[in-house]
Design a protein around this ligand. Sequence first.
Ligand SMILES: NC(=O)C1=CN([C@@H]2O[C@H](COP(=O)(O)OP(=O)(O)OC[C@H]3O[C@@H](n4cnc5c(N)ncnc54)[C@H](OP(=O)(O)O)[C@@H]3O)[C@@H](O)[C@H]2O)C=CC1
Ligand SMILES: N[C@@H](CCO)C(=O)O
Length: 353
Amino acid sequence: MIQYNIALIGFGGVNRALAQMIAENNDRWNAELGLRLNIVAVTDLHLGSVISPNGIDARLLVETKFARGGFAQLSGGSAEADNEKVIKQAPADIVVEATFTNPVDGEPAISHCRWALETGKHVVTTNKGPVALAAPELKSLAARHGVKFEYEGAVMSGTPVIRMAQRTLAGAGLHGFEGILNGTSNFVLGRMEGGLGLEESIKEAQDLGYAEADPTADVEGHDVRLKVVILANELLGGKLTPQDVACNGISGLTAADIDAAAREGYRWKLIGSASVSGDGGIAARVAPQRLPLDHPLAAVGGAVNAISFKTDLLGAVTVTGPGAGRVETAYALLSDIIAIHQSRPSANKKEAA
Ligand SMILES: NC(=O)C1=CN([C@@H]2O[C@H](COP(=O)(O)OP(=O)(O)OC[C@H]3O[C@@H](n4cnc5c(N)ncnc54)[C@H](OP(=O)(O)O)[C@@H]3O)[C@@H](O)[C@H]2O)C=CC1
Ligand SMILES: N[C@@H](CCO)C(=O)O
């Protein structure tokens, strides 16, 4: 059995859900996968920070109602979120970055990842900023320090699309994709079809843990734009920045637009897409589209996401699954940790034997 010491950066919906999973599943992971997770540090803007080399009881972390600065009451705790000190000095093997996604410059999350990788710690993250805006730098930093930078949850939450496409569609001639890549806007469109207003629908998505800290990113398409950049660069060999992706969200759609589409046998969906063009460039965009009801993406409802990969050998391969949600996204972090566990040299030697 291997025990991984982890540091949680940001203690909002996703990292809390991971702590809850740890409290409930460590014994099962030990039996099935040969790993246990031990939380040795946490930092959060609201709660402060704590380093505890022997480990912090995950259940206590989740169940205690901490006030602002409340981590100061824990042994090794402080009322300040001292991210740099925690990331550099905590005895963690893996840093779990789940602070807010900054679609403009990716900070402070990019710095969090950099500090971790530079000090020889693996990084797993659901934060789209570092992946969309700094992946080449962070990957080369990881390689230089012999650690991993993993980010499966940055696209489609816990639904495995990045690793799946990289590994199991290798050789199939992937040349494009189109998909519903934002759970909040898909949920909101469904609610608006049912007669609810935009603002009330967004509020519901926030309560359910789907929306970004600033939900403008969801409804204006900026979140999908980051995801399109990530997928185009990871899977199509692109070097896109968000500025390369034309972007329109759903905030301009009115109840009348939605009703008119329904009467005519269509449904509005926010679609992110990219395809390799004849000259080897990549054309990418985010835009609301009216899909006929028999289109494979038209029936995808709620916070569910779906992506159709366009391949030479298989035609379209479509994957559907959760696109947002606290537990669903925490699962993506677990899947990244398992990927790190399974990529260690001794695991590979065993498999080869
Ligand atoms: N929820 C989801 O369905 C999904 C989320 N993601 C991504 O995962 C990340 C986390 O999401 P989620 O947990 O839902 O978001 P939350 O807003 O619930 O949690 C983020 C937490 O990070 C804290 N935080 C913000 N800035 C800092 C900082 N500089 N240092 C320390 N803590 C900080 C926030 O504190 P405070 O509240 O005081 O600002 C908050 O507690 C985001 O980047 C999001 O885009 C990805 C896929 C799905
Ligand atoms: N706010 C995002 C979270 C997942 O990245 C969404 O609704 O899809």
